[in-house]
Design a protein around this ligand. Sequence first.
Ligand SMILES: [Zn+2]
Length: 256
Amino acid sequence: MDNKNIYEKYDWEKLSLKKLQPKIEKILTWIPSDVKTILDVGCGNGVITNILSEHFDVTAVDRSKKALSYVKTKKVKASADDIPLKDRSFDLAFSSEMLEHLDDKTLKDTIRELKRLSKKYIFITVPNGENPAKLAIQCPSCGYVFNRPNHLRSFKLSDFQVLFSELKVIRSHAFGPRTRYYQPALLKIKLKATPSSAWVPYYWIPKADRHTICSKCEHEFEYPYKFHPIASAIDMLNVLVSPKKPYWLFVLMEKK
Ligand SMILES: [Zn+2]
């Protein structure tokens, strides 16, 4: 992650149980019956962790002190790529919506940590093959263009088969609210040909939700929307060529 402070400034209360309830119920049904201990890496505000801890012996890891203040189980303040715990300490290493936030080097080191700390299983959830540039916004202060939820990459099932090649995928499934993909070539044209105020319409992200923090300069702002005919035409074209698909990808792996 290029900027550590944004996670201290982040409004962690926005991540509520109400929104994530169906996902958490699904996660609980996926955890193999021989699992007793779980390491939750990048637990955020613990909205999932706290429920897991009602059923399992859970240790939570996050780099943000503010996020950890909401976590009600054992917790370790550490970066996912350098966790000060012993090898093979947990039946299951778990991580939900975290890997997509990592740069190349941090991702590599985080995956090494997940493999090292797990005794048997690794369970990952990530956005399902999204195109992060779909939610590109531009900071009015420094001009930096970034994905609004700070997603730097996307994953398909085949990526896990490469990144975790020593493990066996024992279950995988796309699940959750159906979200429209954005065709990369069309998106490229839109971002080049139209002003940043036309990129993210209100029907994607409502007005009330448009407060954000620049991941480069930490400037806080509301990103605007101003209708632009070309942006709108490209969005319509994209509806014709890009399917909607379930938002999350769940992948459960076992050490061979
Ligand atoms: Zn900025």
